[in-house]
Ligand binder design. Structure first.
Ligand code: BG6
Length: 490
């Protein structure tokens, strides 16, 4: 049954982030980002941050733990830091965009590395780095050549080190001012090249030094920093309106779905409350106000924050125009069991009805339709799936082919469900960008072997490889799908 037509201008494409894809560490004037100190991890052991104390002692600490007062982030030359080279987009962008262009991409989501534009983050009087500005200009022009619309994330899991160390990252109000200088500069400079902007990636999972720039991990610091991000988001929305009436600016959350384990009322209500911890962010940024449950939620989390009536009025006046989100899986909520947070959402108890990826992420295409409906029912705002995909360790066969049918199956099943959400349920969906169309570094584990791409990159977990690009079987499949606007899905 089809009631609604699938949009002709649907934005099919793929999504990346500078710290996982770009490389070009400290090249051509780029400054240090907090993510530059993050080491590679493994499937079981998490990632670490390398720090140094005044007495010259160095240490590796858990990526989400507090940075001791007397320590600073430190680059140890004997350690491999995946973001420094990543998968080489900085030097290879022409070939990469050509490959995406040949696939027929309509949209390419990427992030700007803030310290490439302002090495210190945009402190008062700081001169922007022209070479960094030129780099992104060339990237956007290259996209234009192939009719690809850039979807630009302004803050994706990396914070200028200067701001982290001097203002406690987003916990300090100074960071808002610096961010706004950066946003004003890039929005003005690229206004003829970029229409879609995403101020903050996955705001609901931001925590710690690497992703939020905060040196201590208390709930109060975290939620104060997130409140400052709400202000920055609203100010970005306002600024965007002033710079170009064509701009479309959306908020972005990690919204993999959550089910109650069973009909036990504590599990059903618990799941609802748990989901609110994520939806809270969209409630503020789309509806424009702290929801009625916010007080009790913050209290339960132990977060005490300061807000002013002027700030709340600003958030109300400038909501986001669309809701972008990542969807990888669903999780099951049981009030008696702990939930683990990682990239891709939450991990809860086992779902006996679903199979899992080798990284333990349950595969749930219907969950995507469920989440699309949940969000559209709640917000009645345009939605944009800006991340979805399956991380797998691909094999290059002796004849050089990569037969990633598992990826095709994953994507096909999810796209079928999103099409039902649009054509049957009437969800207003702008587009779909798969995660990592060209292989990139895993954010959660720092591994290279957790690959999402249609295009293979020759690099291993230790950072060794030629960076050569090879088309996988899924490349041809997605190309056909885009060229038929989703009709040829087989
Ligand atoms: C999202 C992030 O949470 O999930 C991406 O926005 C990340 O940066 C993606 O890469 C997939 O997670 P992972 O851990 O498999 O890289």
């Amino acid at each position: 049954m089809t009631i609604h037509e699938f949009p002709k201008d649907f934005l099919w494409g793929g999504a990346t982030a500078a710290n996982q894809f770009e490389g070009g560490f400290l090249t051509e004037g780029r400054g240090l980002s907090t993510n530059d100190f993050v080491t590679a991890g493994t499937k079981s052991a998490g990632r670490k941050i390398s720090i140094k104390f005044a007495d010259d002692l160095t240490e590796l600490i858990d990526v989400e733990s507090s940075i001791p007062e007397e320590a600073v982030g430190y680059i140890d030359d004997s350690i491999y830091y995946p973001s420094h080279k990543a998968t080489g987009f900085y030097h290879n962008y022409k070939e990469d965009i050509r490959l995406l262009g040949e696939m027929g991409f309509k949209a390419f989501r990427m992030s700007i590395s803030w310290t490439r534009i302002f090495p210190k983050g945009g402190i008062e009087g700081e001169i922007p780095n022209e070479e960094g500005l030129i780099f992104y200009e060339k990237v956007f022009q290259e996209c234009m050549k192939y009719g690809i619309k850039p979807i630009v994330t302004l803050y994706h899991f990396e914070n200028p080190v200067y701001l982290a160390d001097n203002y406690n990252g987003w916990a300090g109000k100074e960071t808002i001012e610096c961010y706004m200088r950066y946003v004003k500069l890039v929005m003005t400079r690229y206004k003829h090249l970029v229409t879609y902007w995403i101020p903050i990636n996955e705001i609901n999972v931001l925590r710690g030094y690497a992703r939020l720039g905060v040196r201590d991990t208390s709930a109060s610091t975290r939620y104060q920093a997130l409140h400052h991000l709400f202000i920055a988001n609203a100010r970005t929305n306002k600024l965007a309106q002033e710079i170009s009436s064509d701009f479309k600016v959306g908020c972005m959350l990690a919204l993999s779905g959550i089910y109650p384990e069973d009909c036990k009322p504590e599990n059903v209500f618990g799941a609802l409350e748990f989901r609110r911890r994520a939806l809270f962010f969209a409630d503020v940024m789309i509806r424009g106000y702290y929801p009625s449950y916010a007080g009790s939620m913050l209290e339960e989390l132990g977060a005490i924050i300061e807000t002013t009536p002027e700030e709340l009025a600003l958030i109300k006046a400038y909501p986001s125009q669309f809701l972008a989100f990542s969807y990888y899986r669903t999780t099951v909520y049981n009030t008696d069991l702990p939930q683990k947070v990682d990239t891709g959402g939450q991990l809860g108890s086992e779902n006996p009805y679903l199979t899992k990826s080798p990284w333990g992420w349950p595969i749930d295409p219907i969950g995507l339709r469920y989440v699309l409906n949940e969000l559209y029912d709640r917000y009645q705002a345009p939605l944009f799936i800006v991340e979805n995909g399956l991380g797998m360790n691909d094999t290059v066969e002796v004849d050089g082919t990569i037969n990633d049918d598992y990826r095709i199956n994953y994507l096909r099943s999810h796209i079928k469900e999103l099409m039902k959400a649009v054509t049957i349920d009437g969800v207003d969906l702008i587009g779909y960008t798969t995660w990592g169309p060209i292989d990139l570094i895993s954010s959660g584990t720092g591994e290279m072997n957790k690959r999402y791409g249609f295009i293979y990159v020759d690099l291993n977990n230790q950072g060794i490889g030629t960076l050569k690009r090879i088309k996988k079987k899924s490349y041809y499949w997605y190309k056909k799908l885009i060229n038929t606007n989703g009709k040829d899905i087989n």
